[in-house]
Structure formats: C-alpha cells, structure tokens
Design a protein around this ligand. Structure first.
Ligand SMILES: [Zn+2]
Length: 714
C-alpha cells in the first residue's frame, strides 16, 4: 500500500497520510482531538500521541525497512517518526540538519523546540538543556514522555466541527482539488496588482511572494439573502485568497534527488477585494488537526532567518514585510489565538516581533503570546506610541499613513514583569485606559444590548454566577450569550456537565442561525460552516471531575487555544459524585468556587459558573438563594439571576463589581431560534408599569437598588 502511494505522490504526502491513518483509524474515534496534559507551570508542547501509536508505528517501520534500500532508510525513518508523533521538523540554516522538540525539555518548558538533529547520523543535541545522544536515545525518551502525557489525561477538548461530526480529519479537506487551490495566484491580473498598489500600497512583488490569489467562492451572506431564488453557484463572488502555508520535509525518492522542505498549502482564507480584512470563507472551514498547521507567509521566510514579525492580519504582514524587509507572518484567523498547533512553526526564530493591533485587546493578546513563546525572545510593537486619536492602529494602517515602520520595530519593547513595575511603566497603560474606557469595559453583547447598559461588557479575569429556578432556561441563556461573545472573537470553552455536548452544539447552531434549521435544510451547510469557524471548544471528561481535573483541562485549553471565556454548567453536576454528607458538599463547593475565582484572576479568563438555587421557590430569588454558603456569591464579580416574574421573565443583575450598577433585563423567548431577545420600547414600558404595580411593590417595598436604573417613563 505504501509503495503505491509513493508512486502516486511525493513522499511528503505519504508520510502525512500514514501518520493520519495510524493515529485516526487505530487509536481514537474520528471525532476526538488529541488529549494533553497540562498544568499551569508544566505544559506540553505541540505533540501528543498514544503510546500504542509509537509501538505500532515501529512495527510498520520495521516492515518498511525490509523493502527500502538501506542507504535511504535512516533519514526516512527519522522524518517518519517525527511526523507520526506530531513533531514538526523545521529548517535550520545548516543543510541536512533540522530543528525539532527536545524530548528532555518537552514537559518542562512551555515551548521548547530546541533540539537539532543531524539527518545523516540521527544524533541530536539540545541547545536549551545541552543534552545530546543517538537517534535511538531520542526515540526512546520521546516515546516515554508522550506515554506519560497519555496516562495523565482523563479529558479531551473537542472543537465545534468535531461535535457536529463533520470532521473525520484526513488532512486538509479543501472544497476543490489542491491543484486548483495552488493555481489561485496565477489568476491575479496586472490590473488587480495595480489597483492594490494604488488602493492599499502593497507592491505587486509582495503580493506575488505571499502567493495571494483570486478565486470564486460562495458568499454565505449573499447566499442566505437570496434564499429560495437561486442555487449556491449563483451567489459566488470573486475573492482575494490568502494561503496559509507550512514547510514539510520531504525525503528525496531517488539517490540524486535533494531532500528539502516543500511548501504545502494547508488552508486558504478568501476575502472580498474591497474588504480584505474581513474573512468571507475559510477553505477548509476548520484547520486540520493533523500534522500540518499553516501560517500566512510562512513559505516566504528564508531557512536561516533569525527574526520574524507576527501580525494579526494578512494585510499587516505584507505591509510589515514590505516596509522593513523582515519576514512577516499573520495569525490563522483574526481572533487572537496562537494555537498550540502553530507554535512549533515559530520556534525556529530567536526574535519574534509581536505586531498586533495597538489597542487594549491587541496589547493584552501580545502579552499572552509573549508568555507562550518565551518572553526573552519576544518584542511588542506599538503602532501608535503617541496615542494619536487618528493614528494608525495596525501595521497596514501605518503603511497607508506613510509612517516609519522600521522605527516602530526599533522601539519595540520587551514585556515588563509585574514585580518591577512602577507607575512610570504603568503610566502608558493607564493613559490608554483613560482614553479608551469603552475598550476596558469588555466585549459588548449584540443580542442583549440592555445587558451592556448594566454590566458594561464581558471582561476577562472575572467570575460570573448565573442561577435561576429549574426550567427557567439557564443553559439556553448562557449558551446564547457565550455564542454572542464568541462570534465577537472571544475563544470559548464549554464544560457541559448536565447535557451532552452534541445537544448543546445543536442548540447553539440554531441560536447562531436565529431559526429552526429543520425548517430550512438548504441553509444547514452554510450555518454549519460558520459554526465550525468559531473559536468554540467543548470539554469531555471520562472519569472523575474533581475541581483539580477541571482546572487542569481549563488550563490546557487556555494554553492550546487561547480560551478567554469558560462556561461550567453546572456546579452541582460537576461535583455530583463527590462528598458524602451535605456538609461535605458545601465545603467541596466552597473550595471549588475559590479555586475557580483564583484561576480566573491568574489566567485572566472570564468564568461563568451556572449554579442551582437552594430550592425552587415560587417567590423571586435573591442573592441568598444561590445554593451553597455565602462564599459562592462573595467570590463572584457578577451575580445574575433568572427571575420568573408574574408577567415575564427577566435577568436580575444582583452584583456587579465593575461599577456597581444593578438592574434587570426583561426578555422575550423566541422558541424557533431557541433565543431570547430584549424588549422593544413599547414592551418595555408596559413591563415597567406592570412591574411597578405588581411585584415591585410586593417584594421590594423599600425600593431596592435593583430598580434604580430601570427606565421609568409613565
Ligand atoms: Zn533539551
């Protein structure tokens, strides 16, 4: 079987396909992502596999050794072993020498990609821990490390595509043949190049170097608007395409052929030529979880390059490269995610300029990325150091405004440690916050603007408690709100302990489309594609879910996917198998909440914890109705209660540590879309009157603060 494949394509494809067959078909269900072990201090790098994979694969290698001429054997084995174990070889400046993870450092350093391997002998040497040895020692140590990873893990993280069941991951699932994808750059006309030079100041040579192309793709928005009128084909539009590439080591098949790194396109981002910063389509919709992850511009980097610039968008990468001559790459999506799978690609550089948007979100992301990549080699670039209101925010805007981009690089700063910060260091940050209060208020809800008026936004580092009577729709409301923030680019992790992930995902798919999709089957694929592109992840546990294990899984997701919002639904189910007496359970619960509080602060993520009330009261709930001791609500930054009022339900914000504003948000449930919506002006007035005459007077005779912000117009 291998030999036919070898004849069919270059051996690089063979290596990739073999590895996928091994890991997917034999050792895990097709919808499962690789598990990892992680703690806050000790994090794995981008490898992980099952111990059985290693054993199985060595048998395969032995079989193959008999068929191969001995001269090629060892190099091919080395490369095969690495790819099969999710180790990415990357180029060094030296021929026949590659860089890969050091098996000794793997679990100690977050990102250790430091071992060089001499491909002719298999000998390795680590530039971090200075260990060295034979190829045999390398494979033994690595296999042992990966085995330990496997044993320690009792959870898995799925993405939305895994949950929908569409991802059987046999490499990139392009919508069309690879040859066609690779021909996109040849469709760029000289008129288009001229337009781009005039409109965006991007040189034709830079467009060519980055293999920017032109292709027709279905515009999902246009398709949905034209529903019932035409076919999918009728709504295709001409798009600009940005390829995400990687380098894959290929062993020359014949003696005279050179071994080399080949450029491989793993994904294409298609954008409207008029709005090159807005993604229209990703092809394939989700990045392949197999060996290769790609980055825009990765193929442009010379093998001996020491420094690289990492930007948020393609336009910024091209602008940065054009103005400075330093190789520049951009993140896979505009979300601030530097996923574990792409980290190895960046490990070969001794200097990484993080050139993200010059606003609060972008600079916070740059700091997170620096922690991930290793602070000493990272430099943070400010595009608008003077804080001009009209100043550029991105590298491309700087190019458009004829600013000196090289100077921006030269004044890039290292990350300052908290311990040595004085006010002088903080001054700029404080200034930024003073000038941009809306940025520090957090991500705004689009579905429920009334909530923004009270909570001001969704911020990292906070703990929110959501409670409500049984059947009041706690899961529905928090799944909608989490989806709302997720579509604004907040990478989100769901720990659903009460309902299965699949049912939750279906609910969210309906909420995303805003309709009952069973009535619009033609739209299903469009929405499923959109859903798969969200930075949305789901946790699944296989055994005990002690809070320690939950936090371990969360901390892995924060590291691997830059998760910024974690939903745990719900506290009682999560801890259900633990604690003998009710006193035990209260203690367990207090401890869990304290741990979650600490985690939210330390990792700077928002945690939403769903908690049952103490008992199902017919009356309205108050802050003391939250199950457990007072500690639960004391630890929280926000407490939101779903109230079943006499006339309608409403969200009752009982605690808000950010600015103290309390109040209620009445809503209407739309059964088809499984969504809630805020009230219209008219409904709102009616509700206010009813509320005022009925339970407002009944339950809050003293006029509690929860009513103070309520708009009253009678
Ligand atoms: Zn080492």
């Amino acid at each position: 079987m291998f030999t036919t494949l070898i004849r069919a394509r270059s051996s690089l494809i063979v290596l990739r396909q073999q590895s996928i067959l091994t890991t997917r078909h034999l050792h895990r269900s097709p919808i499962i992502k690789k598990p990892h072990t992680a703690t806050i201090e000790i994090l794995p790098t981008s490898h992980s596999t099952t111990s059985t994979t290693v054993g199985h694969e060595s048998r395969q290698v032995q079989q193959q050794q008999k068929q191969q001429p001995p001269a090629r054997r060892s190099k091919k084995d080395i490369i095969e072993f690495l790819y099969k174990n999710q180790q990415h070889p990357v180029p060094t400046g030296t021929p026949n020498t590659i860089l890969t993870n050091c098996p000794h450092c793997i679990r100690i350093r977050k990102a250790s990609f430091a071992a060089t391997i001499d491909l002719s002998t298999g000998a390795y040497k680590c530039r971090t821990c200075h260990s060295k040895g034979s190829w045999n020692q390398f494979t033994k140590t690595l296999s042992k490390k990966l085995q330990v990873d496997q044993v320690d893990t009792n959870y898995q993280v799925y993405n939305s595509s895994d949950i929908l069941g569409g991802n059987n991951d046999t490499g990139p699932r392009f919508s069309r043949p690879l040859e066609e994808i690779e021909s996109y750059p040849s469709h760029v006309s000289s008129e288009l190049k001229q337009t781009w030079l005039e409109q965006y100041k991007i040189d034709p040579a830079v467009l060519e170097l980055y293999q920017v192309g032109v292709a027709n793709y279905t515009n999902p928005t246009a398709y949905l608007e034209e529903q019932g009128e035409g076919s999918i084909e009728s709504s295709t539009t001409e798009c600009i395409t940005f390829p995400q590439t990687t380098l894959t080591y290929t062993v020359g098949e014949k003696e005279e052929q050179e071994d080399e790194f080949k450029i491989e396109t793993v994904r294409v981002k298609a954008c409207s030529p008029d709005q090159p910063n807005d993604t229209l389509v990703l092809d394939p919709p989700t990045a392949s979880e197999s060996v290769s992850a790609g980055l825009f511009g990765y193929h442009t980097i010379p093998s001996d390059a020491e420094a690289v610039i990492l930007t948020r968008r393609e336009m910024d990468a091209m602008a940065a490269y054009q103005a400075t001559g330093i190789p520049s790459i951009s993140l896979p999506t505009a979300n601030y995610q530097l996923q574990e799978s792409v980290l190895p690609l960046v490990e070969r550089f001794s200097k990484v300029y993080l050139w993200l948007d010059d606003d609060v979100d972008g600079q916070m992301a740059a700091e997170r990325f620096a922690h991930k990549l290793g602070e000493p080699r990272c430099l943070l670039v400010n595009t608008n150091a003077e804080g001009d209101a009209d100043g550029p925010r991105t590298a491309h805007q700087a190019l458009m405004q004829d600013k000196n981009l090289l100077q921006m690089l030269q004044t890039a700063r290292r990350l300052k440690h908290d311990e040595i910060m004085d006010f002088h260091d903080l001054r700029e940050e404080v200034f930024r916050e003073v000038m941009n209060p809306e940025q520090t208020a957090g991500v705004q809800s689009k579905d429920l603007p009334q909530l923004n008026a009270i909570l001001k936004g969704h911020r990292p580092g906070e703990l929110t408690i959501l409670t409500g009577p049984t059947g009041s729709g706690k899961t529905t409301i928090i799944s909608q709100l989490s989806l709302d923030y997720c579509t604004s680019g907040v990478p989100t992790l769901w720990g659903s302990f009460e309902i299965p992930n699949k049912r939750l995902a279906k609910k969210m798919l309906y909420q995303l489309s805003g309709k009952d999709l069973s009535k619009s089957p033609r739209e299903f694929d469009i929405w499923a594609d959109k859903f798969e592109q969200l930075p949305l992840y789901f946790l699944k546990f296989f055994s005990s879910t002690a809070i320690r294990d939950v936090l371990k899984a969360c901390s892995h997701a924060v590291y691997a996917y830059d998760v910024r919002h974690i939903i745990l639904d719900n506290l009682q189910f999560m801890l259900s198998q633990q604690g003998r007496s009710s006193l035990d359970r209260w203690e367990l619960q207090d401890d869990a909440v304290a741990e979650l509080r600490k985690f939210a602060t330390e990792q700077d993520v928002h945690i939403t914890l769903v908690v049952h009330p103490r008992k199902d009261a017919n009356d309205l709930l108050d802050i003391n109705s939250v199950f457990g001791s007072a500690k639960v609500t004391q630890e929280a930054d926000n407490v939101v209660i779903i109230q079943k009022g006499e006339t309608r339900r409403y969200l009752d914000i009982k605690k808000n540590r950010y600015d103290g504003t309390l109040g209620s948000v009445p809503y209407e449930f739309e059964a088809d879309a499984l969504k809630i919506r805020g009230l219209t002006e008219e409904e709102q007035q009616k509700f206010s009157q009813e509320k005022n005459t009925s339970f407002y007077t009944k339950f809050s005779p003293t006029g509690s603060s929860s009513m103070t912000r309520y708009p009253r117009k009678y």
